[in-house]
Design a binder for this molecule. Structure first.
Ligand SMILES: NC(=O)c1ccc[n+]([C@@H]2O[C@H](COP(=O)([O-])OP(=O)(O)OC[C@H]3O[C@@H](n4cnc5c(N)ncnc54)[C@H](O)[C@@H]3O)[C@@H](O)[C@H]2O)c1
Ligand SMILES: O=C(O)C(=O)C[C@]1(C(=O)O)C=C[C@@H](O)C=C1
Length: 365
């Protein structure tokens, strides 16, 4: 049996646990600072066992995955440095930045313990174990940044262990990772939030900005709904790269402002044509055959007790809900209650039950 410890059982830790558990010879122990998350993870079958005692979670582990927020990785690594670990154990992480984490990884090899930085390039603006899914990483890149003193055989073993994620494992230098991922993941989160904050700052008593915000605005700002704490930590751990990207962004913005100022139609068209050519040339993202999320949007009247009636209706039919959220807007989807399920089957049963009671039920594309 391969013993796995997942430290931080949220969206990524939970999804990794679910993928790895497809291998029957794997036993997963979860550690989290929030006990409720562990109980939820156990009840959803995400982990085999949960504990809030860190030393106990890792002492028998063959593989230790650090899946906590980037800002918490330093304290976890410091703890692991001085706690008993199995000889030959492999420590990896899933943090979105790599240089600052790899700087903390030295010295384990002397104890016969190996460190391999990791970053699965898939995720969501959702967080928490309720949103975890065994196919989250399917077809995504999974970057590994091994410490210099980690033998290649150990990297190969970790790659084999990760096979059930069906991600494409690639090796990369940590600095290169932070530059590239800074540009294609971290900086876009700043831009998405900047756009939203700009619109939010316009004083409009009739609320037209909110009402008219349609497809384009919503597409480009989806990631502004991500966890602010997580993104604070990521930016603080990739500051140099962020500063350079912000400078480049200012220059580009000045260039397009200038073209508008001069009414340079040709220049403006070229600006858009260049972007379109590059965007259209991006490799097609082959997602899994099914969407990894099973969410229904239910059009509910604004009246007391309606959420209770819906959850009772689903509960009576033994359909478990993994998450429920009231959305504040009614524009892009004809519903305000988002209900998440674990499987397509649960979602379909719920759809039938809700429709039979006359609720309008929709699925976002
Ligand atoms: N969300 C994404 O899209 C995404 C994608 C790839 C990698 N990542 C990275 O993966 C990590 C986890 O992100 P997530 O989206 O799963 O976040 P999450 O908020 O869903 O889960 C984080 C979990 O860590 C727990 N935690 C907090 N402090 C802890 C500590 N000191 N020790 C142990 N557990 C602790 C939290 O209680 C929570 O359960 C982050 O480092 C993030 O940068 C995120
Ligand atoms: O899909 C999203 O919502 C994400 O933001 C996922 C995303 C990304 O930027 O692509 C975010 C952070 C990660 O470290 C990796 C993936």
């Amino acid at each position: 049996m391969t013993e796995i410890a997942i430290l931080g059982v949220g969206l990524i830790g939970g999804s990794l646990a679910l993928s790895l558990k497809k291998n029957e010879n794997v036993h997963v122990t979860g550690f989290d600072v929030v006990e409720e998350n562990l109980r939820m993870a156990e009840s959803l079958g995400v982990i085999d066992r949960g504990t809030t005692h860190l030393a106990e979670a890792v002492v028998q582990a063959d593989y230790i995955f650090l899946c906590a927020p980037v800002g918490k990785l330093q304290e976890l690594i410091s703890f692991l440095r001085y706690t008993p670990l199995k000889k030959g154990a492999v420590i990896s992480d899933t943090g979105s930045t790599k240089v600052s984490i790899m700087e903390l990884s030295h010295g384990f090899a002397q104890r016969g313990v190996y460190f391999i930085g990791g970053h699965p390039m898939a995720g969501s603006h959702k967080s928490g174990v309720e949103a975890s899914h065994d196919r989250l990483f399917e077809n995504a890149y999974y970057v590994l940044t091994p410490a210099e003193d980690t033998p290649k055989t150990i990297v190969n073993e970790l790659t084999r262990l990760l096979a059930p994620t069906r991600a494409k494992v690639v090796l990369m230098d940590a600095k290169k990772h932070d530059e590239v991922v800074g540009a294609i993941s971290h900086f876009p989160h700043i831009i998405a939030s900047t756009l939203v904050n700009q619109i939010a700052s316009y004083n409009d008593e009739e609320d037209w900005y909110r009402s008219l915000a349609a497809g384009g605005f919503r597409d480009i700002t989806r990631i502004a709904s991500s966890n602010p704490r997580m993104w604070r930590d990521i930016l603080l751990n990739n500051r140099q790269v962020m500063k350079k990207l912000a400078e480049d962004w200012k220059k580009t913005l000045e260039r397009i402002s200038d073209l508008i100022e001069k009414a340079d139609g040709e220049g403006i068209e070229k600006f858009f044509a260049d972007a379109r050519r590059f965007r259209d040339g991006l490799p097609e993202k082959k997602k899994g055959a099914l969407s990894p999320y099973f969410d229904l949007y239910v059009d509910v009247p604004d009246e007391p007790g309606v959420i209770g009636r819906i959850t009772t209706l689903l509960g009576k039919q033994n359909i478990s809900i993994t998450n429920i959220r009231i959305l504040e807007t009614r524009e892009d989807i004809l519903g305000v209650l988002r209900i998440s399920f674990r499987s397509q089957e649960d979602m379909e049963k719920a759809r039938a039950a809700l429709q039979a009671e006359g609720y309008g039920v929709y699925e976002r594309e």
